[in-house]
Unconditional design. Structure first.
Length: 106
């Protein structure tokens, strides 16, 4: 974990060391928008694809006949280039664990 200073406030962020194999390509593109450029460069049709919410990086690489090892390395570089974005769930709430997520008192 590393500390990032934004407008004088200290925030911690997790810097990925490997691509989480459980994340879908859709979730990766939402959290790390820099990865979208990578998808375009490899001519992958994952952007807006209905299967993006199900496909992992390995499955997407296989479907588009892209070398998984090279693609995963490039994906990791893109993910490290920016902090993860706050993503919203279908209900419009920020995902749990997001620095701006609201705490429910249920």
């Amino acid at each position: 974990m590393e500390n990032v200073y934004i407008c004088g406030l200290r925030r911690s962020r997790i810097v990925p060391f490997t691509v989480n194999t459980d994340l879908s390509v859709d979730e990766i593109m939402r959290r790390w928008p820099a990865t979208i450029r990578l998808m375009i460069r490899h001519r992958m049709l994952c952007i807006g694809c209905p299967f993006g919410i199900f496909h992992t990086v390995a499955e997407a690489a296989a479907a588009h006949e892209v070398d998984e090892a090279i693609f995963s390395g490039e994906m990791l570089t893109a993910m490290r280039s920016e902090p993860p974005a706050d993503i919203q769930s279908a209900s419009g709430d920020l995902e749990p664990g997001s620095p701006n997520a609201k705490v429910s008192s249920r």
